[in-house]
Design a protein around this ligand. Sequence first.
Ligand SMILES: [Cu+2]
Length: 194
Amino acid sequence: MFPTLKSKIAVTAGALAAVLLLAGCASFNPLGGSGMMNSSTRYYSPKLRCPVPNNLPGQLVTVALGDMGMSQMMGGVAPRNVRMRLVVLPSKVSAGEVSIAVSNLGWRTHELVVLPLGEGEVAGGRVPNSEGEIDETGSLGEASNTCGEGSGEGIKAGATSWVSLTLKLGRYEFVCNLPNHYADGMWQEVIVTS
Ligand SMILES: [Cu+2]
C-alpha cells in the first residue's frame, strides 16, 4: 500500500522534527570547556546526496542518524565519547509491513539494525563486547547500504539507505552497531501494536 498524502506530510514533518532534534544538540560540547567550541559553533549536517524512493511499501518509518562531527572540526582527531544520535519517527507503528527510511545526517558512517526486545529487556541495555559491538542474534534486518536497500558496508555521511520488513506485535530496538556507537547512544525503542 502506498502512503497516503496525509501520511506523507506527517512523515515529512516527522523527519523535519528529527533534524531539528539533532540540530538542537548543536550547543552540546562533549569536550567540556569553551576553547574553540563556543556559542557560535553550529552543528552542520552534510547535504543528503541520494533520496529514499518515494514508493516504499507499508508504513513509513524515518530514522535520522547523527553525530556531533567533532572529528571534522578538530582536524581529524576524534575525541573519546563523542555523542551520537539515532532518532526514529514514529516510534510506534502497527504490526505489518514497514519500510524504514534511514538518513545519515552525521559525519561518520552509520547503520541501522532492527533487533527484537525480549520480555524484561530494555532498549540501551545490551552489553557491547570488547570490540564495542552488541550481539545481533535475532536481527530482523538492516539498512546499511549507502544509497541503496538493505545490508551493505554502512551508510556513508550524507547518504540514505532503506529496508522493508514485516514487524510482528512486540517491542524492538533500532540500533547502530558500528564499534562503540551503541554505547554512544545510538539506539531507540520501537513499539509495534496490533
Ligand atoms: Cu553509528
